[in-house]
Design a protein around this ligand. Structure first.
Ligand code: FMN
Length: 167
């Protein structure tokens, strides 16, 4: 039997992952007494048929159990919506969230894009649960995206040529 490799330290793992640039979302849902949300950058597009997306939810997050059993909305944030990302990460009150009136599932007001989902499957992901959502509705607007890399929020200052022709 080969010797088991020692796991990397949490700090080394974080340092690598911090170099993977992502967008920023707030995942919103009905908290029964009020709409709630949590900032998440683990969002990934998974499948076109059926339409599926993935979020990875920490066991310790208050939203963990709710996101397994009710619809949720992934709000992809625009460049000017950083205060919302801080607010829903439990940071000091940075923004009073506004909500879209009449939405079937609680949704922030005017996200750059939004993807409404029903929970589809959930998988063990260590200290997280991988939640696949089946997309039930969606929308988008023009604007720049908020980004997250090096543990900092940012924006895409310059964009290279697109590769739409490959897909
Ligand atoms: C940029 C950023 C990305 C985050 N991504 C995730 C994520 O993908 N999954 C997760 O469970 N928590 C993530 N968090 C942490 C949650 O936003 C934070 O724990 C929040 O307080 C959870 O809210 P809740 O406990 O009210 O559900 C992220 C935080 C930040 C600042």
């Amino acid at each position: 039997m080969p010797e088991a490799l020692a796991p990397p330290s949490p700090a080394a793992l974080r340092a690598c992952m911090a170099r993977f640039a992502t967008g920023v979302t707030v995942v919103t849902y009905d908290g029964e007494d009020s709409p709630r949300g949590a900032t998440m950058n683990s969002f990934t597009s998974v499948s076109a048929d059926p339409p599926l997306v993935l979020i990875s939810v920490a066991h310790r997050a208050r939203c963990h159990d709710q996101l397994l059993d009710r619809p949720f909305c992934v709000n992809i944030l625009g460049a000017e919506q950083e205060p919302l990302a801080r607010q829903f990460a439990g940071g000091p009150g940075a923004a009073e969230p506004r909500w879209t009136a009449g939405a079937r599932v609680p949704r922030l007001d005017n996200p750059l894009a939004w993807v409404e989902c029903e929970p589809w499957r959930a998988y063990d992901g260590g200290d997280h649960t991988l939640v696949l959502g089946r997309v039930t509705d969606l929308g988008h607007r023009d604007g720049d995206a908020l980004t997250y890399a090096w543990s900092r929020f940012g924006t895409l200052a310059e964009s290279a040529d697109g590769i739409e022709h490959l897909f």
